[in-house]
Design a binder for this molecule. Structure first.
Ligand SMILES: Cc1cc2nc3c(=O)[nH]c(=O)nc-3n(C[C@H](O)[C@H](O)[C@H](O)COP(=O)(O)OP(=O)(O)OC[C@H]3O[C@@H](n4cnc5c(N)ncnc54)[C@H](O)[C@@H]3O)c2cc1C
Length: 289
């Protein structure tokens, strides 16, 4: 491995100062669960690693109306947080689906999002929950809907001088239902396909809101807009046609990449199967929030 300098600033301002000076030559180090693999395999060549461990408060998770997950909050901390389990259960499910406890104890939710791996678990759930990503640089702050944060295969809207400070998730409407389902060959594998589905039913049983996020359905985690539209206004409890139409729309809009786990056609079929199952599980009463 090439020689890499390591610095551990003690404030966000100091982190941003290093990013201003080093630009593309610097890489943020959170839990290291993805970054160190890229370094070991010689896929990236930063001059400086900027560790976030010394910045106080970045591991905070606060739930006051909306949920704020700080840049150093681990998957385990999110998955086991009582407010997350009670009010953003869909996220807790996706966090529980991330690999093994060792990875979840070190890896962070924000690092997972910043890494933008197309088959990572949390992004589909975050899309379904309407999450946003907060970015900060020395000149200001901006907040993006999570689906706009992902721009290409392992590429994000993050500028080299920006830090992701937190992921924000809005309060979920009362009675929101949801499920995250992961399809993988072996228990600790990345997903072949992952589906986060969240629906809200009006008092008369019709669907008043639907959001579906997909992992593994293309080069970036994606929102299944046409599938969502197929659900709106329908009485989903007794309307399996609407669910089939949504699953079909998600599959035909997806652009999976064929690889050792299966052909593109096979994965598209799995998108259809798992969108249908995630919606059925949600409608069976699984709370999203
Ligand atoms: C064996 C193994 C199995 C895994 N299985 C799964 C799985 O099944 N499902 C799944 O979802 N994930 C899986 N992962 C990935 C895991 O979830 C990682 O924790 C996560 O992808 C990265 O989080 P991290 O804190 O370790 O980030 P790091 O590795 O420290 O960083 C990852 C990338 O994000 C950037 N970054 C990190 N934080 C910030 C920030 N605040 N601002 C800007 N950029 C930032 C880094 O510069 C780097 O480019 C697996 C990892 C391993 C090693």
């Amino acid at each position: 491995m090439a020689r890499v300098e390591y610095t551990e600033p003690s404030s966000i301002e100091e982190v941003l100062g290093v990013l201003d000076q080093q630009g593309d030559d610097a890489k943020i180090l959170a839990g290291g669960q993805s970054l160190l693999v890229l370094l070991r395999d010689g896929l990236i060549h930063p001059r400086v690693l900027v560790g976030l461990q010394g910045v106080p408060g970045l591991d905070q998770i606060t739930a006051n109306g909306e949920l704020h997950v700080g840049a150093m909050a681990t998957h385990t901390a999110v998955q086991t947080h009582p407010d997350v389990r009670a009010r953003w259960a869909l996220l807790a499910q996706a966090e529980a689906a991330v690999s093994a406890p060792q990875i979840r104890n070190r890896g962070t939710l924000v690092g997972n999002v910043a890494h933008a791996f197309p088959t990572a678990d949390p992004p589909a759930a975050l899309i379904a929950l309407g999450a946003q990503v907060r970015l900060r640089s020395s000149v200001g702050e901006r907040t993006l809907p999570i689906e706009e944060f992902f721009v290409g295969f392992m590429q994000t809207a993050l500028e080299p001088t920006e830090l992701v400070t937190e992921v924000l998730i809005p309060a979920q409407p009362a009675g929101a239902l949801g499920a995250y389902l992961k399809y993988a060959m072996r228990p600790l594998d990345f997903s072949i396909v992952g589906v986060g589905a969240r629906v809200v039913l009006a008092a008369d049983g019709t669907c008043s809101e639907a959001r579906i996020g997909l992992n593994g359905a293309g080069p970036i985690p994606a929102r299944a807009h046409r599938a969502e539209a197929a659900l709106w206004g329908r009485r989903l409890a007794s309307d399996s046609d609407a669910i089939d139409t949504a699953a079909e729309a998600a599959a035909s809009d997806s652009e999976p990449v064929g690889d050792i786990d299966g052909s593109a056609e096979y994965k598209r079929k799995m998108v259809r199967v798992f969108v249908r199952r995630a919606l059925q599980q949600a409608l069976a009463g699984a709370p999203a929030g």
